[in-house]
Design a protein around this ligand. Structure first.
Ligand SMILES: *[C@@H]1O[C@H](CO)[C@@H](O)[C@H](O)[C@H]1NC(C)=O
Ligand SMILES: *[C@@H]1O[C@H](CO)[C@@H](O)[C@H](O)[C@H]1NC(C)=O
Ligand SMILES: *[C@@H]1O[C@H](CO)[C@@H](O)[C@H](O)[C@H]1NC(C)=O
Ligand SMILES: *[C@@H]1O[C@H](CO)[C@@H](O)[C@H](O)[C@H]1NC(C)=O
Length: 579
């Protein structure tokens, strides 16, 4: 700058017109640009200089003598400004791009001899590569192990992951995850980006890349969804089951789960006596010497006992295994529920107590009393007490009473099943129907036209009368009476039972059915209590009187009632005077 100010000093003496030639660079490069280099260069310019030009100047001056006051002249050298051309050497600052740079759009940009393909020329012959590219001219892509500008960073990705040549980010292979793909997929996921959900079941592991299921012991199937098939267990279901007697082996451990009634590691031992069920863990509950089935615990009773736990003796009258045998003890003897042996009542003996100790018809310790029973109705007379035991259909202390109506049979304990008031046979229970009914249970009424016991009688009712199926009595229709309804109501009566009196007057007849009157000729009206009207006569007053010279005619006969002086029965009656 010192040089510059010097120049400017110098320039002050130059003419203003010169100014425009003064020290400006020919280019418009920015001097502040560090890549702009400058130097001084000299040059000559043609200038017009001003200078003091001398000339001889004559002027008048007052003379010393007064007379010639202004006649005196004098000389002197004077100067005036004049101009002339001259050469002037000047210096100016010359700026241009520094070596290695070239000018582009008023800027100095570095020059790279080889073009930067994927990068920028940042200094002479120096490329700055974009991330992912390297080489002097940034034309070679990063290899798989490097990334970033000039491929200068080492990839950190593991497990064959590719690395983004620009950012260095790892692109994991299927089955891996993490910043550096250093981890396998989280449990339960697999595949690309660990996005797939494992479908393996029953605790199976899933391959982090393929999703393939690796089954836990005891399971099989593509998704390990199945238990090992029967008879197999363990890892990959390859082990054989050792269980016997229907024992089921655990699909994982192969441990035997024995069926009820069996125990031991391979279910080879039956339950010990008195125990049953799974693991033989239950105690048998059978009483009275009953054995229990080791699988179910069901009791197998010894003879004479029954019930779920053999806790009951056989019901009276039965004995033996399952109480299936029938006791044959007689005369009220007890039967031993186990063997069926008879325990006789006093007075009896024999295997079945069938033998009476006293002869027939006698009883008592010495067999000296006579039985009071009516023998024909008696089954037995107790040899000790003389008590009578009756045949079916008989009762009473002495077996001489029939059953009360409605009962029959052994000890008169059975109930008759007969209907409509029927009784039943005291021995057989057969129905004895009441009159008017028939059928085995007397439920059928007699068909019409019959009546009585067994419906065996024929009805005799006449003239549409109804017959009672019980006793054959006839219910006569109106107008009839008599036992068989064969007789008309007596004259003067009518209706049901001929109970109504005819109301027909003046010899009128009455309809036995409805009491309607049929009037005698010359009468009319409901009760035949009115004469025929004048001029009419006869049955129902249907005839017209045919009289002349008469005061009407006789209502029943039609005979004219001639006026005085006239006679004759009818119209052509002649005057008496004519005779
Ligand atoms: C049988 O025994 C096994 C092992 O002691 C036990 O797990 C199981 O529950 C038992 N089963 C029964 C029905 O008691
Ligand atoms: C049954 O017999 C006893 C004694 O033999 C007698 O007193 C009684 O009247 C009889 N009863 C009938 C209903 O016959
Ligand atoms: C009714 O019928 C039964 C059986 O057919 C017979 O035994 C009985 O004697 C008959 N009774 C009369 C009263 O006819
Ligand atoms: C007829 O009259 C008598 C006596 O009044 C009566 O007892 C009877 O039931 C009557 N009969 C009819 C069928 O009305």
């Amino acid at each position: 700058m010192a040089a510059s100010s010097f120049l400017w000093h110098y320039a002050t003496i130059l003419l203003a017109v010169m100014y425009c030639f003064l020290p400006r660079s020919t280019s418009s490069l920015n001097l502040e640009d560090p890549n702009v280099c400058s130097h001084w260069e000299s040059y000559s310019v043609t200038v017009q200089e001003s200078y003091a030009h001398p000339f001889d100047q004559i002027y008048y001056t007052s003379c010393s003598d007064i007379l010639n006051w202004f006649k005196c002249t004098r000389h002197r050298v004077s100067y005036r400004t004049a101009y002339r051309r001259g050469e002037k050497t000047m210096y100016r600052r010359k700026s241009q791009c520094c070596p290695g740079f070239y000018e582009s759009r008023e800027m100095c940009v570095p020059h790279c001899a080889e073009k930067c393909v994927h990068g920028r020329c940042v200094a002479p012959s120096t490329c700055q590569c974009e991330p992912g590219w390297g080489g002097p001219d940034c034309s070679s892509a990063c290899d798989s192990n490097h990334w970033g500008p000039h491929c200068s960073n080492r990839c950190q990705c593991q497990n064959s992951a590719l690395c983004n040549p620009i950012t260095g980010a790892c692109i994991c292979q299927p089955g891996y995850r993490g910043w550096r793909c250093e981890e396998v997929c989280e449990a339960g996921t697999y595949g690309n980006g660990c996005q797939q959900k494992c479908l393996c079941q029953n605790g199976a592991a899933c391959h982090h890349v393929t999703g393939e299921c690796k089954c836990s012991p005891g399971y099989t199937g593509a998704f390990c969804e199945d238990l090992c098939p029967p008879g197999k267990h363990g890892q990959q279901c390859e082990e054989r089951c050792p269980c016997q007697n229907g024992g089921v082996c655990h699909h994982v451990t192969g441990e035997c789960s024995c069926p009820a009634g069996w125990m031991g590691t391979v279910c080879g031992q039956p339950c010990p006596e008195g125990r049953f069920g799974r693991n033989c863990s239950q105690e048998c509950q059978c009483h009275n010497g009953g054995m229990c089935v080791s699988s179910s615990g069901q009791c197998l009773c010894s003879p004479g006992y029954t019930g779920e736990r053999c806790q009951e003796e056989c019901p009276v009258g039965t004995f033996g295994v399952s109480c299936r045998q029938t006791c044959r003890c007689e005369n009220g003897a007890k039967c031993y529920h186990i063997s069926g042996a008879c325990l006789c009542e006093p007075g009896y003996t024999g295997e079945m107590c069938e033998v009476r100790l006293c002869p027939e018809g006698h009883y008592g310790l010495k067999c000296d009393k006579r039985c009071p029973c009516h023998a024909e109705n008696t089954r037995s007379c107790h040899p000790m007490s003389g008590e009578c035991s009756c045949q079916p259909g008989w009762s009473g202390t002495y077996c001489n009473e029939t059953c009360t109506p409605g009962f029959f049979g052994e000890s008169c304990q059975q109930v008759c099943q007969c209907q409509n008031g029927a009784d039943c046979h005291s021995v057989t229970g057969e129905c004895i129907c009441a009159p008017g009914f028939k059928g085995s249970d007397c439920s059928t009424a007699c068909p019409s036209g019959t009546h009585g016991i067994n419906c065996s009688a024929t009805c005799g009712c006449k003239n549409g009368a109804q017959c009672s199926s019980v006793d054959g009595a006839c219910s006569c229709k109106a107008g009839w009476h008599g036992v068989h309804c064969s007789i008309n109501c007596p004259s003067g009566t009518w209706g049901l039972g001929c109970n109504l009196t005819c109301m027909c007057g003046n010899g009128g007849a009455c309809n036995a059915l409805n009491g309607q009157c049929t009037c005698a000729p010359g009468w009319r009206g409901e009760r035949c209590d009115l004469h025929c009207q004048d001029g009419t006569y006869g049955m129902d007053c249907r005839e017209r009187c045919d009289c002349s010279h008469a005061d009407g005619c006789h209502p029943s006969t039609g005979y004219c009632r001639c006026l005085a002086g006239w006679t004759g029965p009818y119209l052509h009656s002649i005057l008496m005077s004519d005779l």
